[in-house]
Design a protein around this ligand. Structure first.
Ligand SMILES: CCCCCCCCCCC/C=C\C=C\C(=O)SCCNC(=O)CCNC(=O)[C@H](O)C(C)(C)COP(=O)(O)OP(=O)(O)OC[C@H]1O[C@@H](n2cnc3c(N)ncnc32)[C@H](O)[C@@H]1OP(=O)(O)O
Ligand SMILES: NC(=O)C1=CN([C@@H]2O[C@H](COP(=O)(O)OP(=O)(O)OC[C@H]3O[C@@H](n4cnc5c(N)ncnc54)[C@H](OP(=O)(O)O)[C@@H]3O)[C@@H](O)[C@H]2O)C=CC1
Length: 333
């Protein structure tokens, strides 16, 4: 009897496995059918979500605002009326972005060179900002560094480089601005861009995972401590959104992109404009009661990776009939 059950279960496992493989190859084939068709249910909207003028008379600092997601956030805030300052190491990149955005929105975007790893450079950058616009109302800590690397290959300087940019850089910018804002009795919205694996940890990006987790602890702690000074601290954890900076360092050959899209329940990557809308909302006065929040924005990727039984998505309705019959027959232990 036991042998018959094992035999049947084995055959069923084979059937399930082979049709899962057929399904996989249908879904993961070169047409990208699954992601394409599923993504039709959840198409991205690209236009600014908040009413125009939502950031009139407001100053926003975006670190790493010259490229990728920081650039998109700058474009949206500028379109909504903010005067923006973008800061990072490459002044030429910042200046090009600043000119392009302000020529489109009609609002001034300032470019300020700053390596956030250097507390003195951060202090000088804030001096420059005070002279240009006054202290900002909105601070977005978006600058980061990362690359995939087996941890046994990391040098001490590789570890230091990533944790300095991500954790120390965010802390230096936040503390320098926070202290000056407190002195001037001016409240502000602070937003940190982390990642979904700040919560779970992740192999192969261990310095980034450790530093982003530190940033989350910093922001949650300050949300509790500095609310009394009129500061709000929030966190967005993005899932994968194509940018040159991220994808060239995390999937340099492009080999993992399809697998990544296939595990995202909404069937596609996020877009820079989508996260820019969320960042604008969190940084706006519409969100003035939001502080200490951690917002996962990943198309469902995190829960999809986490659930132990999620692989059962590949079981077909016919296979479910068989499985259910087997389960119902199992009486007692
Ligand atoms: C199943 C796989 C799925 C794949 C998915 C792909 C897509 C996923 C999208 C989801 C992304 C999620 C999170 C993303 C988080 C991000 O932060 S993305 C942002 C990435 N952007 C950047 O990194 C921009 C800035 N980066 C840089 O400037 C550089 O890359 C760097 C290295 C961070 C800093 O530059 P610099 O200061 O000039 O540093 P170096 O002097 O070059 O290097 C310092 C030390 O680090 C060592 N190093 C450098 N690169 C590597 C490497 N690739 N591997 C190992 N070690 C490296 C370097 O040798 C130095 O150490 P030593 O002095 O000891 O030699
Ligand atoms: N794209 C994605 O899928 C995801 C991105 N994220 C996060 O989003 C944010 C933006 O990433 P993304 O736009 O993709 O990547 P980018 O590489 O385009 O952005 C990183 C920015 O950080 C700046 N930067 C790096 N080092 C320093 C430094 N020492 N001082 C000052 N600025 C620095 C870079 O400018 P410069 O070189 O001029 O210094 C660059 O503009 C990051 O925090 C990243 O961790 C999180 C999850 C997913």
């Amino acid at each position: 009897m036991a042998a018959r059950v094992v035999g049947r279960a084995g055959r069923l496992a084979l059937v399930v496995r082979s049709s899962a493989v057929r399904l996989q190859s249908r879904l993961h084939g070169s047409t990208g059918l699954r992601s394409g068709s599923q993504a039709n249910f959840f198409p991205p909207l690209e236009d600014a979500m908040l009413p125009s003028g939502s950031f009139n008379n407001r100053m926003a600092l975006i670190t790493g605002g010259g490229t990728g997601l920081g650039r998109a956030m700058t474009a949206t805030l500028s379109q909504l009326g903010a005067q923006c300052i973008i800061a990072s190491r490459k002044l030429d990149v910042l200046q090009r972005t600043a000119e392009e955005i302000s020529s489109q929105t009609g609002n001034k975007v300032h470019a300020v060179q700053c390596d956030v790893r250097d507390p003195q450079a951060v202090s000088q950058c804030v001096d420059q900002i005070e002279a240009l616009t006054g202290l900002p109302d909105v601070i977005i800590n978006n600058a980061a560094g990362n690359f995939v690397c087996p941890s046994e290959r990391l040098s001490p300087n590789a570890w230091k480089t990533i944790t300095d940019i991500v954790l120390n850089g965010t802390a230096f910018v936040t503390l320098e601005l926070g202290k000056r804002l407190i002195q001037n009795q001016k409240g502000a919205s602070f937003l940190a861009i982390t990642t979904i694996y700040a919560e779970s940890g992740s192999g192969f990006v261990v310095p980034s995972a450790s530093a982003k987790a530190g940033v989350e602890a910093l922001y949650k702690s300050l949300a509790a401590e500095w609310g009394r000074y009129g500061h709000r601290f929030n966190i967005i954890q993005p899932g994968p959104i194509r940018t040159k900076g991220a994808f060239s360092r995390l999937d340099p050959t492009g080999a993992f992109e399809k697998a990544m899209i296939d595990r995202i329940p909404t069937g596609r990557l996020g877009t820079p404009a989508e996260i820019a809308n969320l960042a604008a909302y969190v940084s706006s006065n519409y969100a003035s009661w939001m502080s200490g929040a951690v917002i996962r924005f990943d198309g469902g990727e995190y829960v999809s990776l986490a659930g132990e039984f999620n692989e059962l998505r590949s079981v077909t309705p016919d296979q479910w009939k068989l499985l259910e019959a087997m389960i119902r027959k199992t009486k007692g232990s």
